[in-house]
Design a protein around this ligand. Structure first.
Ligand SMILES: CC(C)(COP(=O)(O)OP(=O)(O)OC[C@H]1O[C@@H](n2cnc3c(N)ncnc32)[C@H](O)[C@@H]1OP(=O)(O)O)[C@@H](O)C(=O)NCCC(=O)NCCS
Length: 145
């Protein structure tokens, strides 16, 4: 099924705040006491959050472009487009990561035409590292957070 990517709307932003990943990925779970703050953050234009839909209208994940994808302590001195993303918890771990990532990269290229694209991934998250390595990203730096 084809994927489409569109600006995140409020209903989908709210949905994300209720997502629960199982350990060890619970690292990505949001604080249930900060729902409204998180929705505000997702919808702020400067954070550039987009929805990923599996056609016709199934909301399967989100991606962000820019500062949201940066982690304190990282060296972001080289200009580049930082990508963040999250797939709906019940769709993860099914071998479809490369498919989602390829769609996000394709969209990023068309929308922002970056010369460099970058992701920052927690070292424990070998699943994410594997999927990005599979689309030919390679490690340029590691740091402690
Ligand atoms: C990161 C993410 C996009 C990956 O998508 P996914 O559909 O869950 O990933 P897949 O099931 O395709 O797994 C990706 C690869 O990791 C491998 N893998 C799965 N669990 C693994 C583990 N514990 N250790 C090493 N490799 C693992 C899979 O076998 C697969 O390898 P392959 O592509 O060679 O077949 C998705 O899990 C996600 O959104 N997670 C929550 C947010 C997050 O992790 N963000 C990190 C920054 S992108």
């Amino acid at each position: 099924m084809p994927l489409s990517i569109q600006l995140l709307n409020k209903a989908n932003a709210r949905e994300i705040t209720g997502w629960h990943y199982d350990p060890p990925y619970d690292f990505y779970n949001l604080n249930p006491n900060e729902i409204e703050q998180n929705i505000k953050y997702f919808l702020a234009p400067r954070n550039k959050f987009y929805s990923i839909f599996e056609e016709p209208r199934e909301f399967v994940g989100y991606c962000s472009f820019g500062e949201d994808g940066q982690v304190p302590g990282g060296d972001y001195s080289m200009p580049g487009l930082d990508i963040g993303m999250g797939i709906r918890p019940n769709l993860t771990g099914q071998g479809r990561g490369h498919y989602y990532v390829a769609a996000v990269l394709d969209f990023a290229q068309r929308m922002f035409a970056p010369s460099i694209v970058r992701v920052t991934i927690a070292l424990f998250n070998q699943r994410a590292i594997q999927v990005w390595t599979g689309v030919e990203f390679h490690t340029v730096d590691t740091f402690e957070y």
